[in-house]
Design a protein around this ligand. Structure first.
Ligand SMILES: *[C@@H]1O[C@H](CO)[C@@H](O)[C@H](O)[C@H]1NC(C)=O
Ligand SMILES: *[C@@H]1O[C@H](CO)[C@@H](O)[C@H](O)[C@H]1NC(C)=O
Length: 351
């Protein structure tokens, strides 16, 4: 943790600067209650930097997609990390994040990448669903998807999603607000990585038509996977993230892997500047809430298993009554009736 020994003023500066980068996630909280049909709505909520307010004023209709991206980022991050020591619960604090997301950690790298991907994803799909006036279906590739196939339907407009999404998600990093150069470069890299992972996941979907399922006509379109799938991909990138430092290379400062990391860095790699704490015990200075009272799995050998999750402190067991649907029967026509059964289940929580 040697890198944390920075003078207090510098820490404050970097926290302010970094906080701006994903503050827009705060829109998840109150943004869905706003109708977004008046430009003064753009100033209503905390979390937007001036450039984002500009984008909002010029593209009011897109704000619904951005709010959706903010709430999906929050819920999917928590789902993706639910069994881990750091479980993304601190994302709820938007716009005033803690050190786990303000400093140059892996966790911050993941959240930046996910939120940048989420916003492009949400706009790309809104274009295809016809809810945005300035874009529609994605452009059709020039080569055919295969013999007997043709392009049809309405594909997700990834191009527009990436363009407007990048303008919005990156603008806090462009306006040279406060903040350390290295942190800005890191956030930028991870935003780009998130969008790159999204782009590479664009897939071709096809459907059969024709008289009574003869499949004489096959139409295809380009579609993005769910954001949950993007998040799992990004979680693998998080686990394999590369530690970098911001160093002079020729005349420019660049992010370069630290000596201990000899892998070649790619666009889709997530990068971080400082090592994270183990998140075992509470420490406000490091943004760790600890794992006491977290539910763990007695049988899992993975990160959600009691051994790893409880950091070797052991666990307490208790019984919980679960009520579930059981003895379900199909009734003609057309419904299912079930009974409610109760049973006791043993649960484990970290000491
Ligand atoms: C959301 O609304 C609550 C209650 O109106 C308010 O206290 C809070 O500051 C708002 N949050 C944001 C991020 O605007
Ligand atoms: C995440 O961790 C916090 C703090 O320990 C806990 O309150 C919360 O229930 C956890 N969430 C999940 C989904 O496990």
């Amino acid at each position: 943790m040697g890198r944390l020994a920075v003078p207090t003023a510098a820490v404050l500066l970097c926290q302010l600067g970094l906080a701006m980068a994903i503050q827009w996630l705060a829109l998840a909280e109150n943004g869905s209650g706003v109708s977004w049909d008046r430009i003064h709505h753009c100033r209503l909520l905390a979390g937007l930097v001036p450039d984002q307010v500009q984008i909002c004023r010029r593209n009011l209709e897109v704000m619904h997609s951005i709010v959706q991206a903010a709430s999906e980022t929050k819920s999917i991050c928590q789902k993706t990390f639910s069994g881990m020591r750091w479980n993304c619960s601190s994302i709820q604090r938007a716009p005033s994040f803690g050190p786990d997301l303000l400093k140059g950690t892996r966790e911050s790298a993941f959240v930046h990448a996910l939120s940048a991907a989420a916003i492009a994803h949400s706009i790309a799909q809104a274009c295809a669903s016809g809810s945005l006036p300035l874009c529609s279906c994605g452009s059709v590739p020039s080569e055919l998807p295969g013999p007997d196939f043709r392009w049809g339907g309405c594909g997700d407009n990834l191009h527009y999603g990436l363009q407007l999404g990048a303008a919005f998600a990156d603008s806090p990093l462009k306006s040279s607000m406060l903040g350390l150069q290295a942190l800005r470069a890191m956030n930028w890299h991870n935003n780009v990585a998130g969008r790159q992972v999204l782009s590479e996941s664009l897939d071709t979907k096809c459907k059969c038509h024709g008289v009574s399922g003869s499949c004489s006509v096959k139409t295809c379109w380009k579609a993005l996977p769910s954001l949950g799938e993007i998040a799992s991909e990004l979680k693998s990138k998080y686990l394999a993230a590369i530690r970098v430092s911001h160093r002079l290379v020729g005349h420019r400062k660049q992010l370069k892997p630290t000596e201990t990391d000899i892998r070649v860095m790619r666009d889709t790699d997530l990068v971080y500047l400082i090592n994270s704490p183990d998140y075992c015990t509470p420490n406000v200075h490091l943004g760790s809430v600890g794992t006491q009272d977290r539910q763990c799995s007695k049988t899992s050998a993975g990160s959600d298993g009691c051994d790893l999750l409880c950091c070797g402190r052991g666990y307490n067991a208790y019984m919980e009554e679960v009520v579930e649907r059981c003895h379900c029967k199909y009734r003609w026509c057309c419904y299912v009736v079930c009974k409610r059964c109760r049973r006791l289940e043993e649960r484990y929580v970290c000491k």
